[in-house]
Each structure stands twice: as C-alpha cells, then as structure tokens.
Write a protein that binds this ligand. Structure first.
Ligand code: XIL
Length: 330
C-alpha cells in the first residue's frame, strides 16, 4: 500500500497526518490503531482531537491540566511527527467557569489572555502551529455567537491573535516559534464565508497582528465535495494574502444520499482525490491532515446521526478505495 506521508513529503509537502484522540477513547489500547498511527511513513503529523482544547487544559479557572496534551507531544516526538496544536479560543468545549461566570468584557479578556499565555508557554516549541481561533464565522460571513463574541464583541478575535503572538514571542530564545492559524469549515471554496475569512486575514495584517495560516477543515460529504477547481482557487486566494494553508480536518462522510456500496466508495475516493489534489497544486498548501483515520473512531456518527464511513479505513482497518485515491493524488 502507498505510504501517504512519504509520498507527501517527497512531493514537497511537510506532512500527511491525522487527528488522534487519546487517552481514553479506546484508540490508545487498540494495537492495530496504534501501529498505523505510529507509522510515520503513513502519518507524519498528528493533531490532538480534544486534548488541547480549553475544557481539557483549563478545567477550572487558572488550574491547568496538560496530561492529555503531553501524551500527544510524546507521540509526535517519539515518532518524528509534526504536531498541530488545537485550539485556543472556540465557542464550544470551554469550561463551565467561563460560561457560568457572568464575566464583564474586561474580565473575560483577562481569562482569554491567561489561558493563551499559559497554554502556549507550556507546549512551547513542540507545536508546529496553533489554531488560535476556531470556527468564528457564520455561513453568511458574520461572526457567530460564543461567550467570547457575546461578551467582548468582535475585538475578541483580534485580541486572541495579539495574545497568541505575545505568548509565542515570550518563548525562550531558540524555541521554534509556532505558527498562528485561523481554522474553520465551509471556507474551502469561494463564497461568503471564505470572503469573510480573507477579510479577517487582511484586518489582522492591517493591524500588524501576526497570522501565518488558514486551516481548511474540509469536513465534506460524498458527492457534495467542492470541485477541484474551486478548492484550488480558494487556496490560492488565501496564499495570495501571504499566509499558508493546511487541510486540517479532512473527512468525507456518507449521508443518506449515497449508499456504502462500490459506487459510493468510488465517489468518496474521487472526492478525497480532488481535495488532496487541490493541495498538491498549490505551493502554499503545506500539509494535509485527516480527522482520524478509522471509521471506528470517527467523530461523524455521534455528531451527524445516520451518517459516517467518512475516513480512509473501514472499521476493521482495511483500506478503502479513498486511501488509494489519496496515494494517487500525492
Ligand atoms: C470534534 C472531536 O473530534 C470530537 O471528539 C468532539 O466531541 C467534538 O469536536 N471542528 C473542529 C474539531 O475544529 O475540534 C472538532 O472535533 C470537529 C469539528
């Protein structure tokens, strides 16, 4: 079988990688899962699916827990993989003290800054990048509701990047500096949300606040994946602003519209091919990450009831046509 990360790196990309969700999900005790995850010929990068989120790292105010995140740091270091660190500021998976505190804008801004500075300092140079703000936009391009937006207003977005920049710049001399990313879904092809994302990048740049990249989640549907041309065009539009892009959370799920038969799996393979190919055709697209690699551990069925079979491997760790299609694209 093709070695996906080897192919990606030979073609000049930094990685082909995967999200992973450990400890505690069962992945960490499944020997087949671990063998494939640890194989850096296949996956040259990992993203913790949950372990570095706010609720995991600061469950109570100013009480930090890095146990899970440190496991991911160790996996990456032990096996020579890049690590994308995910995420600092998001609407969901935040701690009760944030949600229930009835904070003023100034108080919540201080909470955000304290979180960012502590977490960035702890993981330091282990992170290739941080997703500083995650999923800030509605599909029409306006800011979406969150405790951050509702309390602080749109300034929360720029403050988050400013605090992240300050935290990175405060790392000890010689520490590799994590890149600062905005990460979202529905920004992979031209449209209102993508234009709004470009405008956020431009506004940060106008304010002299650092942004290094845009993460394109790429949670797609079989038969409903944006075209190769549209995906190339949108990646090029971000790169033209002077930032890099990564496909950060790729999976392509079956909905009720497509049966999991050979026709469906062929369509899924084509959709994976087009998405990966769009990155191969844009120099500033530096890596491709799938949002876990085996259907047994995919987040899709629990979030989208009745949908699934979204990853590169069947539940029994056999490879789907999509796996080979990715190999062809790389
Ligand atoms: C998902 C995780 O995979 C799930 O385990 C968790 O229950 C919810 O979050 N966009 C993101 C990721 O940026 O953090 C999400 O991860 C998937 C959608």
């Amino acid at each position: 079988a093709p070695y996906l990360n080897d192919l990606a790196q030979a073609a000049g990309k930094l990685w082909f990688g995967t999200a992973t969700d450990q400890p505690g999900t069962g992945e960490d005790t499944n020997i087949l899962y671990q063998t494939i995850l640890n194989n850096t010929h296949i996956f040259g990068q990992i993203t913790p699916a949950n372990a570095m989120k706010f609720v995991s790292t600061e469950p109570e105010q100013n009480v930090f827990n890095y146990t899970g995140g440190d496991i991911d740091v160790a996996i990456a270091q032990d096996h020579g993989k890049y690590l994308r660190c995910h995420n600092l500021v998001w609407a969901t998976q935040i701690s009760d003290f944030v949600l229930d505190g009835n904070w003023s804008a100034d108080e919540l801004t201080a909470i955000m800054q304290n979180h960012i500075s502590n977490v960035v300092a702890h993981f330091g140079g282990a992170c290739y990048s941080w997703d500083v703000v995650n999923e800030a936009l509605n599909s029409n391009g306006t800011f979406s509701p969150s405790v951050w937006y509702d309390t602080i207003g749109p300034e929360y977005f720029y403050l988050a990047f400013q605090f992240a920049q300050e935290a990175v710049d405060a790392l000890p001399a010689g520490t590799p500096k994590p890149k600062l990313y905005y990460n979202d879904y529905g920004i992979e092809a031209p449209g209102n949300k993508s234009t709004a994302t470009e405008n956020l990048v431009k506004e940060l740049q106008a304010r002299n606040i650092r942004i290094d990249g845009v993460g394109l989640e790429s949670h797609f549907e079989v038969g409903g994946t944006p075209s190769l041309e549209d995906q190339i065009a949108q990646k090029e539009a971000y790169v033209a602003l002077g930032v890099e892009v990564v496909i950060t959370e790729l999976d392509i799920r079956f909905t009720q519209a497509n049966a999991t038969n050979s026709t469906g799996f062929a369509q899924q393979a084509q959709d994976y091919y087009d998405t990966v190919e769009s990155c191969m055709e844009v120099d500033g697209c530096v890596g491709i990450t799938v949002w876990d690699f085996d259907d047994q551990y995919s987040w899709i069925p629990s979030t989208f009831p009745g949908e699934g079979a979204a990853t590169l491997y069947n539940a029994d760790f056999t490879r789907k046509p999509a796996y080979y299609a990715v190999g062809d694209a790389l």
